[in-house]
Design a protein around this ligand. Structure first.
Ligand code: P6P
Length: 338
């Protein structure tokens, strides 16, 4: 029975859980905890301008980026929410260089799950009131024993149990997949609930929008430049010059691609020798976005390989990302094979 619009996200999650008789409810509880933290972060993001919590803390995070106060706030709330329920053993966060071991004394029942999270992606946009987002990925632990380890999050994206994002925009939206389609929920602040607004999201098979930071053109490989030049002419699947849309916030740029089709790309660029594998991170940006894209009928590659097939080697590993409509991603890939 299709779930009706207006259903709360928690009710939706429990309805999904009922499809699995062996489910214990622990996985559902992790999702509902993430959703609770997202409501709190949404309130602060929407108050940021008046709450005086804008501006950089002055520190820099593991990415060498200025840490904004909302980054700190979001990271604290998501980590607390994920640590409160005893079901998550380890967490990889963009804001923390080392893996986080949740400090539970549950000697008889260690947490079965591992989470990777970007608490507030696109944070450079915070001070100019541009949409920002949270991205999360949930794996089942594969290590034995009391405490989890890095291997629990360093799994191929195909092994994700769930992936999702929260977009703090003109409205706050939650979009996630547990491997059975992609569903969108819109926060109704008057009741404090995410309500099902976009069930079974399907990405258009082809679009005419490309989303990329053209300022990096001089630093791309020749085949990437050739691909982008082709998008500005008629020799591309759309048969006409594509439109360029770029917000500089992955969640916002991907969300538009999910609904309107086309392609988002952050290729390798040779601008920053410190980041030879590009800017986006595999665990908590590319892999969860790729799971959502594929479950909505789209594709996600690193230029050649399927993102979900890649086994990460380190927590903050970076990867090039080309994600979007099937036709547009395959067109981009065709330039890599030349
Ligand atoms: P650039 C935000 O910092 C982020 O990681 C993604 O959200 C976004 O897609 C990308 O960086 C933007 O990078 O170099 O175009 O500003």
């Amino acid at each position: 029975m299709p779930t009706r619009r207006g259903t709360t996200s928690n009710r939706f999650i429990y309805n999904e859980q009922r499809q699995f008789p062996e489910a214990t409810g622990e996985f559902s509880e992790i999702l509902t905890q993430i959703i609770l933290a997202a409501k709190v972060v949404s309130r602060e993001v929407n108050r940021a301008g008046i709450a005086g919590i804008l501006g950089a803390v002055g520190e820099t995070n593991v990415q060498g980026e200025q840490v904004q106060k909302l980054d700190v706030f979001a990271n604290r709330h998501f980590l607390d929410a994920l640590s409160d329920n005893c079901h998550v053993s380890v967490i990889a966060s963009e804001e923390n260089e080392e893996l986080i071991h949740t400090d539970h004394d549950n000697k008889h029942r260690p947490g079965k799950y591992a989470v990777a999270i970007d608490p507030l992606d696109g944070s450079s946009n915070i001070d100019v009131n541009v949409s920002i987002g949270t991205i999360f990925s949930i794996h089942r632990r594969i290590t034995d024993g009391q405490d989890g380890g890095a291997d629990d999050v360093l799994q191929e994206g195909t092994r994700q149990l769930a992936a999702g994002y929260v977009l703090y925009g003109s409205s706050t939206m939650l979009v996630f997949s547990v491997g059975r389609g992609v569903h969108g929920f819109t926060l109704d602040p008057s009741v404090g609930e995410f309500l099902l607004s976009h069930p079974n999201i399907q990405m258009p098979k082809q679009g005419s929008i490309y989303s990329i930071n053209e300022g990096n053109f001089p630093y791309w490989a020749p085949e990437v430049r050739e691909w982008v030049v082709s998008l500005k002419g008629a020799h591309n699947p759309a048969g006409k010059p594509n439109s360029l849309r770029y917000i500089g916030s992955l969640v916002a740029d991907f969300h538009r691609t999910l609904f309107k089709g086309g392609i988002f790309a952050y290729p390798l660029d040779y601008k920053d020798p410190k980041n030879p594998r590009g800017k986006l991170r595999m665990l908590y940006e590319a892999a969860p976005i790729a799971m959502i894209a594929e479950n909505a009928g789209g594709l996600a590659i690193d230029g050649q390989r399927r993102i979900l097939d890649i086994k990460p080697k380190s927590l903050h590993e970076r990867t090039p990302l080309f994600v979007g409509s099937e036709v547009d991603v395959n067109f981009a890939r065709s330039f890599q094979d030349r």
